[in-house]
Design a protein around this ligand. Structure first.
Ligand code: AVJ
Length: 325
C-alpha cells in the first residue's frame, strides 16, 4: 500500500524544460561562458554525484553524516509532534534517513516533502517508503524557488526545512542572501530551518575533494556536456574538454570549469547556437563557497534568523546550523 502514502507535484515542469535551451543560449553566447550547476543533475549526473559522496577525498557528505548523528539526541528538544520535514535538494535522500529516524522515534510517523529538480526524487521516495512504514511523502519536482512557492501558505503544520550538503555554497553571496530571504519569508512563526555549510579549511583538502584521484568529479563535470548533446541536439566532443578546478582563497570558493583543449566550434541545435571556443578557454560550471563561523552567523543574522544552535564535527570541517524566524 505504497500508493496512498506517495504523491508528486510538478508545478513548473514545463517551464524547466523550455528554459534549458534558452538558458544555455544566454549562458554560452557571451564572453564569460557558464553553465548553471543545476543542469548537472540529470539521471547520470545525479548518480555520479552520489558516487562523489562516497569518494575518500570528498569529506563533506561523510562529515555531515557524522554531525547529523549528534543530532539524534540534540535535535528532539527543538521539535514536537506537529512538525513535518521539508528538504530542499533532497537528491538520493541518504542523509534524510537520519532525520526521519529521529522523527519516527519521536512521534511514530513522519510527513516528508522532498523538493528536487531531478527525477531521482521518485526513485529515492519509493526506496524510503519501503523502509519506513509510517512515512507519507509529497514529492515536489521543481526548482528550490518553485518548491518554496508551493510550500508558502500550504497549511498550518510546522515545517522543519532542511538544506543540507552545503548546496547553498553554489550561490554567489548576493544570490545567497536573496535565497535566505526567500526561505525566511516562506517560513511561519515556529518553523525551523537547518542548513549545512562547508567551512574554510586547508587548500589541499579542498582541492582534492573537487579533483579526486578516480576522476569521478571530472566525469560529473563533463557529463553536463553529454546532457546538452542528448537534450539539445549538440555535438560537443568530450575528448576536446578537460575538468579544471581550483580553490580561490580570496573569494573562499572552489571554482569548477570545463576547459576547451583546442580551437573548436560546437553546434547546439535546440539553442540555435554555433559556439566558438578558443584553446584554453574556460566554461564556468560551479562555485562551491566555503565559510567561516563568523560569516555564517552574519549570513543568517542579516536576514533576521535567530540562531538556535550550530553543530560541528571534531575537525571543524563542516557545520550544521538550526535557526528560527
Ligand atoms: C552539491 C553543490 C554541495 O559543491 O560540494 C561536488 C557539488 N561539485 N563535487 C559541492 C559538487 C563537485 C556539491 N554540492
Amino acid at each position: 500500500v505504497i500508493d496512498d502514502r506517495l504523491r508528486y507535484f510538478k508545478p513548473h515542469a514545463s517551464k524547466i524544460e523550455k528554459t534549458f535551451a534558452e538558458e544555455i543560449f544566454f549562458s554560452l553566447n557571451r564572453c564569460c561562458k557558464f553553465i548553471h550547476p543545476k543542469f548537472f543533475y540529470d539521471k547520470k549526473g545525479s548518480d555520479l554525484f552520489e558516487k562523489i559522496c562516497t569518494l575518500p577525498e570528498y569529506y563533506p557528505t561523510k562529515t555531515e553524516i557524522e554531525i547529523l548523528k549528534q543530532l539524534q539526541d540534540e535535535l528532539p528538544p527543538y521539535l514536537d509532534k506537529t512538525f513535518r520535514v521539508v528538504e530542499l535538494g533532497s537528491g538520493a535522500s541518504v542523509k534524510t534517513r537520519i532525520i526521519l529516524d529521529i522523527f519516527t522515534k519521536l512521534c511514530g510517523h513522519v510527513e516528508y516533502f522532498p523538493i528536487d529538480i531531478s527525477e531521482i526524487l521518485t526513485e529515492s521516495s519509493e526506496n524510503l517508503l519501503k523502509d519506513y512504514e509510517h512515512l507519507h511523502i509529497t514529492g515536489i519536482i521543481d526548482t528550490y524557488e518553485g518548491g518554496l512557492e508551493f510550500l508558502k501558505n500550504y497549511d498550518d503544520k510546522k515545517n522543519l526545512i532542511l538544506f543540507l550538503g552545503s548546496s547553498f555554497g553554489n550561490f554567489s553571496p548576493m544570490d545567497g542572501h536573496e535565497f535566505l530571504q526567500k526561505i525566511n519569508s516562506t517560513m511561519k512563526p515556529g518553523d525551523l530551518f537547518l542548513i549545512g555549510l562547508d567551512l574554510v579549511k586547508d587548500k589541499q583538502i579542498l582541492e582534492s575533494a573537487y579533483d579526486d584521484s578516480q576522476g569521478v568529479t571530472a566525469e560529473f563535470n563533463l557529463n553536463i556536456l553529454s546532457r546538452i548533446n542528448d537534450e539539445l541536439d549538440a555535438d560537443f566532443n568530450l575528448n576536446n574538454f578537460s575538468h579544471h578546478s581550483l580553490y580561490n582563497e580570496s573569494d573562499q570558493r572552489i571554482e569548477m570549469y570545463l576547459k576547451s583543449l583546442v580551437n573548436q566550434s560546437v553546434v547546439i541545435s535546440k539553442s540555435n547556437l554555433l559556439l566558438n571556443l578558443k584553446k584554453d578557454e574556460l566554461i564556468h560550471t560551479e562555485y562551491s563557497h566555503k565559510y567561516r563561523l563568523s560569516q555564517i552567523r552574519k549570513l543568517l543574522d542579516d536576514v533576521g534568523f535567530e540562531i538556535k544552535h550550530t553543530w560541528l564535527d571534531d575537525k571543524n570541517h563542516f557545520s550544521l546550523t538550526l535557526v528560527s524566524k
